[in-house]
Design a protein around this ligand. Structure first.
Ligand code: PLP
Length: 375
């Protein structure tokens, strides 16, 4: 197979490339007017709420934990079915990690287990919209309100996804978005936090850049130990171009996901994700492999697909089984649904520049590889 089909590929149009060239020629390449314009455009996209951008969602989430004034030992509830940045930042800001399992169907945090895990030390919940399928926001915020908890939505994958017709990020508490190259819109690397008010946004700006406040007379002061998380104008120019196309990218993703449902052979025994064509932005299309019936491993399956010119991703192994987390005391059997998903999930190619013919190609290769791998 000559042309390799990766599991994802960014779409950057010529107008955006031109805008980046203009920034590079302008003499101002770090944070400046493009960052401001990008934040304004994002704010409009999220219903007028304050938005600030950073050089990664990980950085934005770390700052979010500063904004809620997390104290050492404060408990933060999340799941092991996410990118490990979600939990790393909790530990790095002194929080106490409280993991609960996911729902086996939605693969998102199980809100019954969240309620059961709440203690007097619980400060916040971090739900993840895995693959762009939103966590039930009604139930989530009912729980948060009842127990006086903050919510930091890890909506890294949910750009343009909706809940009850409202965009994720346009309501609720803090909402973190990623612009990593693989996400539905990118700035190469980058992220944003949607906040509740200008006071939070002002504090965010300090944490973003060394704790500095600049005064109109040219003087400055530092009153907290901020980090170095600012986005460059080069990245922001890409983000502005991507935001213009986000809704059309997402409709294309929806069409391709629908094609997978139509074309995947049900005989293969793949466990498909929920067929949500209302709320999800179809960031990923992730079946679970029927490993119990297969005589090859997931790794071998991925290699055979690669030989057929098709890239397969794994998002994600259950994070509590990584060495660092095992050393903290986590082990197999603690979160069975996350473990099952983490061990058998595959991410099929899905990106806006794909065509239905590519989906057909993936489905054919899947049939060839899987049908010869059963016991
Ligand atoms: C991508 C991703 C992140 C991290 O985003 P970065 O911009 O790479 O820091 C966090 N959480 C989830 C669920 C993600 O998919």
């Amino acid at each position: 197979m000559s042309d390799f089909l990766p599991f994802t590929r960014p779409s950057i149009d010529e107008a955006t490339i031109q805008d980046v060239a203009d920034v590079l020629r302008s003499g101002w390449i770090t944070s400046g007017p493009k960052v401001k314009a990008f934040e304004t455009a994002l704010s409009a996209y999220f219903g007028g709420r304050p938005v600030r951008v950073v050089n990664s969602a990980t950085g934005g989430q770390e700052i979010a934990l500063r904004l809620i004034d997390l104290q050492p030992g404060d408990e933060v509830i999340t799941t092991p079915m996410t990118w490990v940045s979600t939990t790393n930042v909790i530990l790095n800001t002194g929080g106490k990690l409280v993991l609960v399992d996911v729902d086996p169907v939605t693969r998102n945090i199980d809100l019954d287990l969240v309620e059961a895990a709440i203690t007097p030390r619980t400060r916040a919940i971090i739900p993840i919209d895995l693959a762009g399928l939103p966590v039930d926001r009604d139930r989530l915020y009912a729980i948060a309100k009842k127990h006086g908890l903050r919510v930091i939505e890890d909506a890294a994958q949910a750009q343009g996804a909706t809940w009850n017709g409202k965009k994720i990020g346009s309501f609720g508490d803090l909402c973190s978005i990623s612009f990593h190259a693989n996400k539905n819109m990118t700035t190469t690397e980058g992220g944003a936090l949607v906040m509740n008010n200008e006071a939070e946004a002002a504090l965010f700006e300090k944490w973003r850049l060394q704790g500095v406040t600049r005064f109109p007379d040219g003087s400055m002061d530092v009153d907290l130990p901020g980090g170095k998380f600012n986005m460059t104008d080069v990245a922001a120019a890409i983000g502005l171009g991507q935001l213009r196309q986000l809704d059309s990218f997402n409709s294309k993703r929806k069409e391709l996901a629908q094609a997978y449902f139509d074309l995947l052979d049900p005989q293969l025994g793949l466990e498909l994700p929920p067929a949500d064509f209302i709320n999800s932005n179809w960031h990923m299309f992730q079946p679970l492999l029927p490993l119990a019936k297969m005589k090859i491993s997931r790794g071998e399956f991925i290699n055979r697909m690669k030989e057929k010119g098709i890239g397969i991703g794994v998002h994600y192994p259950a994070l509590h089984l990584f060495t660092y987390y095992r050393d903290l005391g986590y082990a197999e059997g603690m979160y069975p649904h996350a473990e099952h998903i983490g061990a058998s999930t595959i991410t099929l190619p899905l990106f806006p520049a794909m065509e239905i013919a590519d989906v057909k190609r993936v489905c054919t290769a899947l049939r060839e590889v899987l049908s010869t791998s059963f016991e």
